[in-house]
Design a protein around this ligand. Sequence first.
Ligand code: NAD
Ligand code: MG
Length: 342
Amino acid sequence: MAATVYYDKDADSALLATKKVAILGYGSQGHAHALNLKESGVDVIVGLREGSPSKAKAEAAGLKVLPTGEAVAASDIVMVLLPDTEQRHVFTSDIAPNLKSGASLAFAHGLNIHFDLIKPAADVDVWMIAPKGPGHLVRRTYEEGGGVPCLVAVAQDSTGKAKEIALAYAQAIGGGRAGILNTTFQEETETDLFGEQVVLCGGLVELIKNGFETLVEAGYQPESAYFETLHEVKLIVDLIYEGGIGAMHYSISDTAEYGDSTRGPRIVTKATKAEMKKILSEIQTGEFAREWISENDNGRPNFNRYRTETDAHPIEKVGAELRAMMPWISAGKTRPQDASGG
Ligand code: NAD
Ligand code: MG
């Protein structure tokens, strides 16, 4: 069955005209949602904890800032853009006691609702607009007149209007220009975790590190290894992103394509796919969520150790040196002249 995708024409911006929106948190997603909503003419306030270092930044951008509880009490839509591991604490202390009856409690990721870490009262709508891209792209594409595709899901429809309100919100942050895919909290949460663990982050990073190590251990220069196993990933992924695997094959040499088809399946094997299925089942049973929550409750000992180990990997050292010679790359540009302002 083909999925339903909504666009601007399916959204009614008038639904937000009489509503006040609180954005909780001013990080990657928070700053993008708040600024896009404001420029779409929506009445938005940013809710931050006392002493938040983000307060000055949000106010400098022309946004009204209130303490979290006051922002919730004043609003009809409360979008929770706090770290997933903090959300249930803030829900208990500041959101639940202040949330108006009939209000919308909104998320950009389904983890806390899907795994019952947050249990909202029955008299509120619970929905999700999850941009399928990092916050700075949600902001940049909106400013350029585009948008990042979003997922929409409704977990609780107390007013009977949850879906329509969610679509109006997605439109106001630019998502309706790119497409708003209908899904559920379960599907969004499980596929999001699977994607980042198996393909996008976990799988890709191990592929890069092991490829780099193999070349360096064989005596090749770390600089050569870096360009081959990390830098060029973006160039190949851009081709796949723009036109699919076939278009990437069309752009590379036949030699590269033959190597891809014959050697790739020796790297990602049937055993690898069996492990993917195991990881998916750890996600589906909630085992991963429980592990991650307890890691946080214990002060993140393993998380911090992994981070230190990654920072110390030789690919990070040679990469920092090489990227320093290509400053336009870190500025997100493709040409030196775009980064230097010249
Ligand atoms: P972030 O870490 O960039 O920002 C979180 C904000 O919350 C920061 O401003 C931080 O200072 C503030 N904060 C932290 N602890 C707090 C506390 N205890 N009380 C109040 N404020 C606190 O987070 P993010 O990446 O923007 O993620 C927000 C939500 O968006 C998450 O649910 C995440 O899964 C989802 N999401 C993120 C992305 C992404 O690319 N970053 C993409 C899609 C969805
Ligand atoms: Mg994701």
